[in-house]
Design a protein around this ligand. Structure first.
Ligand SMILES: NC(=O)c1ccc[n+]([C@@H]2O[C@H](COP(=O)([O-])OP(=O)(O)OC[C@H]3O[C@@H](n4cnc5c(N)ncnc54)[C@H](O)[C@@H]3O)[C@@H](O)[C@H]2O)c1
Length: 331
């Protein structure tokens, strides 16, 4: 019997992580420290990755998904390689388990849509790990452009080759983050895609310059590659009344505003929070599950961003116009 001074405790949400690679280990580390969460364990077929998870997190590990499911979970986060997202997500959703799946939601749009449909049918929460939305610098930019008439967005996401090459290029691995940001900043869908891709070293594209137009008329571009010796992640947004510049790594966000006819303007640094993006993302997932409310990044949004990324890869290269007469500069 509960005494009147005792409060009824909500049982913790039992969560398992699938994949003990770079992302999965981070999921496990963060989940192990979240209030209201009980980390059941991490699944990975590789013994050395399981050992690393035990060493870093001190949690239980499992060699197969079946073993984790047997231990009993309410929710999972899927950080296995992308080509396995579809199979793993459908298995979990089929058991009525809530799912957070890493970005990109799946390898193909059809697979992504199947995951979304299955989650809807089963009535479970499905969220996609577009973690950049939880970067406090991104949140500050989103806040700064709220109610502004956005004209254009420029995003740079460059860096060195990843230590482990998967079977995807920069568009699916990196640009999908920024496609999601463009859709989110503008609250609009991308309707025109003009990609330029190149493979300087890798088999897949390792350089991409992508241009877009949204249904709301915003122009956007993404400059991404694996050929820069250091990481850089910057966002600029031009609106009718402001120019916002954000560095997603140093988390410095500055806005220029109050443009005057004489060319003068004001400038200020915006306050930016310190939260770890992955922690904020996983808290948002736990809250969506607990409240049975809509997740911060829905499965449909994950599919929409993947669809644009795949369109960038599928566009046939257009030869330079040779038939037209050469253009001459005026004057
Ligand atoms: N949100 C982000 O910023 C971000 C960053 C990196 C990766 N990712 C995504 O996270 C996912 C994993 O990427 P990563 O960089 O951690 O890759 P990784 O190669 O480091 O890790 C993948 C892990 O999954 C394991 N695995 C393989 N088959 C499995 C199975 N059947 N069941 C369980 N585990 C299995 C592998 O042994 C490996 O340990 C990918 O979908 C990737 O796109 C997201």
């Amino acid at each position: 019997m509960t005494s009147s001074t005792e409060t009824a405790k909500t049982p913790s949400l039992r969560i398992g992580v699938i994949g003990a690679g770079v992302m999965g280990t981070n999921h496990g580390r963060v989940l192990a420290g979240l209030p209201g969460v009980s980390l059941v364990g991490i699944v990975d077929p590789l013994p050395e990755h399981r050992d690393r998870a035990v060493e870093l997190i001190g949690c239980k590990t499992f060699a197969t998904l079946d073993e984790l499911l047997l231990a009993g979970v309410d929710a999972v986060t899927i950080a296995a390689p992308t080509h396995l997202h579809h199979e793993v997500a459908l298995t979990c959703i089929g058991r009525g388990i809530h799912v957070l799946v890493e970005k990109p939601i799946a390898s193909t749009v059809a697979e992504g849509r199947e995951i979304v449909a299955a989650a809807e049918k089963a009535g479970v929460t499905l969220m996609v790990g577009h973690v950049e939305r939880f970067n406090p610098a991104v949140a500050a930019i989103k806040q700064a452009i709220r109610d502004e008439d956005i004209l254009s967005i420029g995003i740079t996401r460059v860096g060195p080759f990843p230590p482990r090459m998967s079977n995807v290029g920069v568009v699916i691995d990196l640009a999908v983050h920024d496609i999601d940001l463009i859709r989110w900043f503008t609250d609009s869908e991308i309707t025109e895609v003009q990609p330029q891709l190149s493979s300087a070293i890798a088999e897949r594209e390792d350089i991409a310059l992508l241009q877009f137009r949204t249904a709301s008329g915003v122009l956007a571009h993404i400059n991404t590659n694996w050929l820069t010796p250091f990481k850089a992640r910057t966002v600029t947004v031009a609106t009718r009344g402001k120019y916002v510049m954000g560095d997603l790594l140093t988390r410095q966000v500055t806005e220029c505003f109050g443009f005057k006819a004489d060319g003068s303007y004001s400038m200020r640094h915006l306050p930016v929070g310190h939260d770890e993006p992955l922690r904020a993302e996983l808290i948002a997932f736990v809250n969506a599950v607990s409240s049975n409310g809509p997740p911060a990044v829905t499965g449909e949004e994950g599919v929409a961003s993947l669809e644009i990324a795949i369109q960038c890869l599928d566009q046939p290269a257009r030869p330079a116009a040779t038939a037209a007469a050469p253009r001459r500069a005026a004057g």
